[in-house]
Design a protein around this ligand. Structure first.
Ligand SMILES: Cc1ncc(COP(=O)(O)O)c(C=O)c1O
Length: 125
């Protein structure tokens, strides 16, 4: 994805159009929450809804979003996300990273999950 000629931000409508255009060959939409260079905040809720209605998994790189903007990953239904803590959480080198996996996947036994994390019967957290 890139901005239209003469523009600096990527229009949401262009992101959604690209998903629609490629929906039959997309298994994953992996996008950033905030563009590191322009500061553009992407409409994660709408991107997620539009990809998932075609059965596409949605993940976000939140390196520049965590600690910077409001995030509602669970409410938005985002499948997964990852971030660091050394930017807007003001930690330092070697600090922990973060990962989010939506609760809806916790009991999905068709995924190759580490059962020990959720309970040996894969049905309890
Ligand atoms: C958008 C984005 N994603 C990922 C990374 C990599 O993060 P990490 O150093 O925690 O692997 C960075 C680091 O600058 C980043 O800006």
């Amino acid at each position: 994805m890139e901005p239209r000629a003469g523009e600096y931000a990527i229009r949401s409508e262009d992101i959604l159009a690209a998903i629609e255009k490629h929906k039959d060959e997309l298994a994953l939409v992996m996008f950033s929450g905030v563009n590191y260079f322009t500061g553009q905040v992407f409409d994660m809720k709408t991107i997620t809804a539009n990809a998932q209605k075609h059965g596409i998994v949605v993940g976000f790189d939140l390196a520049h979003a965590t600690g910077n903007i409001d995030l509602h990953l669970h409410e938005w239904g985002v499948d997964f996300a990852a971030w660091c803590s050394y930017k807007y959480l003001n930690s330092g080198p070697g600090s922990v990273a973060g990962a989010f996996v939506h609760e809806k996947h916790h009991k999905n036994t068709s995924l190759p999950i580490f059962a020990g994390w959720w309970g040996t019967d894969k049905t309890t957290l």
